[in-house]
Design a protein around this ligand. Structure first.
Ligand SMILES: Cc1cc2nc3c(=O)[nH]c(=O)nc-3n(C[C@H](O)[C@H](O)[C@H](O)COP(=O)(O)O)c2cc1C
Length: 288
């Protein structure tokens, strides 16, 4: 991307002229800060939900996967696996199961990012020991390792001009995806990731103000409701939500003028993927 100044990148990301000013921060001149190219790319990142009919070379994909594996991993245990799909038939099957995201089938590459406790179990076995950590902590460690690797892959793909979109909906079809990709016990999907050459770049998606997310010295959300009201108004002005496309319209009904926070509440008011813990238990996690 062309060199961009911090002020315009931050204005796009946060929707305000003075996005990251925080009275309690010692240095409030972020808008004048020099922006290294790698940081500018991160500030400007967006998901891609439509791909050109053009392959991604094996060499480039392998390079990006190596970048993913360069992410930090808890205790160097490296407890994740990535299943690479290049065959359009399997990618289409997953897109069809999901049903509402037909663009997934336009991606030349689909990656399934998995938490992996099995490799550690096998290492114990190889060395004549019992794996004594089929627990919730291991579940979290595998998911965190996996997410960090996926984040590194996304940044590397962006740097190469590719687009990506994570797909949590693979977990809505976990009972079919598990046998389709031969996932053994101890290995579970965290997310899918579509990868390909973007047809177009989507607009930058506006983020919560740093004052809500970044806490200085101690956690403090006393200004949450006023900050959220202002954020809702900024987002509504840039990209109003259509009444017909709100979360859980079948439960709460379509409504005009809904902002980001009410839409989040509509999503979070209905349980998602209720059987996930039961699935994990069938895969050997005791979650204790
Ligand atoms: C773990 C994870 C799962 C996601 N799952 C989906 C998904 O199933 N379908 C989809 O279209 N987008 C999915 N997304 C993309 C988010 O909707 C997107 O990141 C968000 O709307 C913000 O847009 P941006 O990434 O362009 O800033 C997912 C993102 C993450 C991090």
């Amino acid at each position: 991307m062309a060199a961009a100044d911090a002020a315009s990148l931050l204005a796009a990301r946060f929707g305000t002229e003075a996005p990251a000013q925080d009275a309690s921060a010692p240095d409030a001149s972020v808008q004048d800060a020099p922006v290294p190219a790698g940081v500018a790319a991160l500030l400007d990142r967006r998901v891609t939900r439509r791909y050109r009919d053009e392959p991604v070379s094996e060499a480039l994909l392998d390079l990006l996967l190596a970048a993913a594996q360069s992410a930090p991993a808890k205790s160097d245990l490296q407890q994740y696996s990535i299943v690479v799909l290049r065959g359009p038939a399997k990618i289409k099957r997953i897109a069809d199961w999901i049903g509402t995201m037909d663009w997934i089938a336009s991606a030349p590459v689909f990656l399934l990012w998995c938490g992996d406790m099995r490799r550690g179990q096998r290492l114990c076995e190889l060395h004549g020991m019992t794996h004594a950590n089929n627990n919730l902590d291991t579940f979290l460690n595998t998911a965190v390792d996996c997410a960090l690797a996926m984040g590194s892959f996304i940044a590397a793909a962006d740097a190469a001009g590719l687009g990506t979109c994570p797909i949590s909906y693979v977990r809505n079809h976990i009972e079919k995806i598990t046998p389709l990709l031969g996932l053994p016990p101890g290995v579970f999907p965290v997310a899918g990731l579509t990868v390909g050459w973007p047809v177009f770049r989507r607009p930058v998606s506006m983020r919560l103000p740093p004052a809500v997310v970044v806490h200085r010295e101690r956690y403090d959300d006393t200004t949450l409701s006023t900050e959220i009201a202002a954020y809702d108004a900024r987002r509504r002005a840039r990209e109003p939500l259509a009444a017909g496309s709100l979360k859980n319209n079948d439960v709460h009904g379509p409504k005009d003028g809904v902002g980001w926070s009410e839409n989040c509440a509509r999503q979070l008011s209905v349980p998602e993927r209720y059987g996930f813990a039961a699935y994990l238990r069938t895969r050997g996690f005791d979650l204790a």
